[in-house]
Design a protein around this ligand. Sequence first.
Ligand code: CU
Length: 535
Amino acid sequence: MTRRLTSFTRREFLRTSGVLAAGLAAGRAGGHQAQAASPPQLNINALEKFVDPLPLPVLLRPAGTRPHPEHPSSTIPYFKLAMRQFRAKVHRDVSPTVLWGFAQTSPGPTLETRSGEPLLVEWANELPTAHFLPIDHTVHGAEADKPAVRVVTHLHGGKVPAKSDGYPEDWFTPGKSATYFYPNSQDAAHLWYHDHALGITRLNVYAGLFGNFFIRDSFEDGLNLPRGKYEILLSLCDRSFDSQGQLSYPVSPDPQSPWVPDAFGDAILVNGKLFPYLEVEPRKYRFRLLNAANGRFFHLALSNKQEFHQIGTDLGLLPSPVTLKSLVIAPGERADLIINFSAHAGEQITVTNDTLTVMQFRVSKTGKPDTSSLPSTLRVVPKIPESAAVNTRVLTLGEKDDKAANPLMMLLNNAHWGMPVTEKPALNSVEIWNLLNFTDDSHPIHLHQVRFQILDRRPFEPEYYYKGGQIVYIGAPVPPAANEAGWKDTVQAHPGMATRIVTRFEGYPGRYVWHCHILEHEDNEMMRPYEIVSP
Ligand SMILES: [Cu+2]
């Protein structure tokens, strides 16, 4: 089941097809946001493909134990991750690239724990005091009086107390650290950690500040899914490199305001490598896929056109496997996949992103017997009934343009980051959020703290809403695709559609954020605080 391509706009098409920012700039020539002439770029197509094995991030070991913050008589594992600048080879034939990462790797080491087993992480900023990517001081929160290098780590998908959530204003400078408490009282899922500093998240993540975090539980263990060396993490992101092999981030022609609305690269990194290969046996594998890109929606398929199965979404297993021939995954989203290579012994299979090459699987001729399972039912996802909702909020996704129709910023509900908090759901209450997208882009909308379900998407007529605040639907509601019918924390809100999600605001009271996960948008006002209030 593939997503309907009709919901994709031109920009969306460009994003998924890999036609680059160059195409976008051409469409906006002369405008404020047209991209400035960039230095010579690395010719990605001239590189030999599949010369580097796929790196697998190391599993982080605890540095000891510390008192439980809520029950100081007991102790819990304590981890420390330092953010540093380092150089890494993204490809055999590319000079080492300056990156920022956790424990001198990008993606950083993987954390793994079990449901209900809390832990502490000390996030330490050991970065230099100068940023190597272009800060826009006209962007809110990144004004010239702010330190250039600021970080704060958010655990995406985590049900976490507010003071450990990585609130964008809780950033800290080099030499400082913050110790966060992760209770992990949630189902098995693929979470990920990444920087969230106000106004520069796009630059910090682009520099490499992200990693993965898995929660396991006994229910999932009981399914006998492929595990151990047959469970493979795939963190995807796109980047641009200059001719010296260094990261290149696009800028607008205005040096006073270098922000651009989208940053795409023609180089797709998988676990930090360009065009890697992975040797696999002719059997089932479980792939834990993360889209860690700033703005690219990946549209992935296998070169031999074989089917694969999606078994889980952002926050856990689906009710049953969904057979796919291709997958659209937006920034921030995760997909839990099973690929069965058993009928493909001796073959070489390429993972493609439309016209771009991502990586290669080399299937060996023989392997050990496959005793893992792909059960036909996975995990019950109890539907939150619409009738349980005590409130429905209509929230708009908008774009503020200049006279030449170049975007200046993106807004949620027409409000800026610094305006008073308007979304204050009560703890444990159920609400429906109806996201009306007035822009030409699909926006992956992410809510911190909660897991939600997608109710439907429905086309609406923007004019009526502009004039009288009325939602006039011009088509039938479309239920979520089968591979979206699980627990989500990020939803693709397509242009011209009203996307409805339903969620119970369980967890902890306090101030969190909701935002677009296109990092260029999030940094330029497409993020709002919200507050979960104790009744
Ligand atoms: Cu957006």
